[in-house]
Ligand binder design. Structure first.
Ligand code: HSE
Length: 307
């Protein structure tokens, strides 16, 4: 019988422009690590050195484990040890990675053999702790790896292997982010969308899917255009327009907000271009007197068990 398990889960970028709450891509920038240990004393206890909530009802991994204990009527207490490497609140799927790792770890600990869709569904429950509502784009990417499409009602995740030469530069601005940043940045999204704008986003989103299927990086890049969410959120990111313009001028194929921001992600077809793009994005943020860190990365596999 397994009594302890450690899993790591990758960071991710959501939306990729027009695919709000639908597209996710696992990226190898950072990995969160979760260890679950069965305990004799009932209840869920969180141990961490990081600045995150330790109340299980307010912690993404805690919420996932509590829900799974209830659903599968397991009798042990569970200790959750969390090592966060993904900076929380910057649009890199930090909360989702911990939630994804927790769901997969629980599945392995009790040998439940849940399928990918069910694991994503449980992991999604954790997003409620930070985003206020459930969305599956980041957790799906983190659980399954690669590029994912979230089809809802009923939930079904479609995974496509990204082109092997896809590279990204993520510029993470040094800004103080609100505690419930995703909730805040979801509150600025328009409640109503014009028919014309929904068609524009639908056509770009469809083209992105074809780009991933055909491993056509140019098509992916020129379809990363969002006329609905990005225009309403960009004001939360100092210098966004300049960061985007600079990255495109430096050769990026497409540029958008990473998830709910404030990080900005640029897509490229080779590592050689990334340095130039990173410098260009840094200058863009500097134009708004904001410092940033640039991270060069590529697509990642999903959650894995640490041996
Ligand atoms: N799709 C979500 C959003 C991702 O943009 O609000 C949050 O990381």
């Amino acid at each position: 019988m397994v009594s302890r398990i450690t899993v790591v889960a990758p960071s991710s970028t959501a939306n990729l422009g027009p695919g709000f709450d639908v597209f996710g891509l696992a990226v190898n920038a950072f990995y969160d690590e979760i260890t679950l240990t069965k305990k004799k004393t009932k209840g869920v206890r969180i141990i961490t050195k990081d600045d995150i909530p330790t109340n299980p009802d307010k912690n993404t991994a805690g919420l996932v484990v509590k829900n799974m204990i209830k659903k599968f009527k397991t009798r042990d207490g569970i200790e959750i040890k969390i090592k966060k490497n993904i900076p929380p609140g910057y649009g890199m799927g930090s909360s989702a990675a911990s939630a994804a790792a927790a769901a997969v770890a629980f599945d392995k600990l009790y040998q439940l053999r849940l399928d990918g869709n069910s694991l994503v569904e449980f992991a999604g429950l954790g997003e409620k702790a930070s985003a206020g509502s459930i969305h599956y784009d980041n957790v799906a990417a983190s659980v399954l790896g690669g590029f994912v499409i979230v089809k809802t009602n009923p939930l079904e995740i479609i995974k496509i292997d990204p082109p092997t030469n896809l590279r990204m530069c993520i510029a993470v601005p040094k800004l103080k982010v609100p505690k419930k940043k995703t909730k805040v940045s979801r509150s600025v999204i328009p409640k109503k969308v014009s028919f014309k704008d929904s068609i524009t986003n639908l056509s770009n989103a469809t083209a992105i899917v074809v780009g991933f299927m055909n491993k056509d990086l140019e098509l992916i890049g020129r379809s990363i255009k969002d006329v609905i969410v990005e225009p309403s959120r960009q004001y939360m990111i100092p210098g966004f327009a300049k960061v985007k313009e600079n990255a495109l001028k430096a050769g990026a194929l497409g540029v958008t907000i990473s998830g709910a921001g404030p990080s900005v992600i640029a897509f490229s077809k080779s590592s050689a271009d990334l340095k130039k793009i990173g410098v260009a994005m840094t200058k863009g943020f500097e134009s708004a007197k904001t410092k940033c860190q640039t991270i060069m990365c590529k697509p990642s596999i999903g959650v894995s068990i640490k041996k």
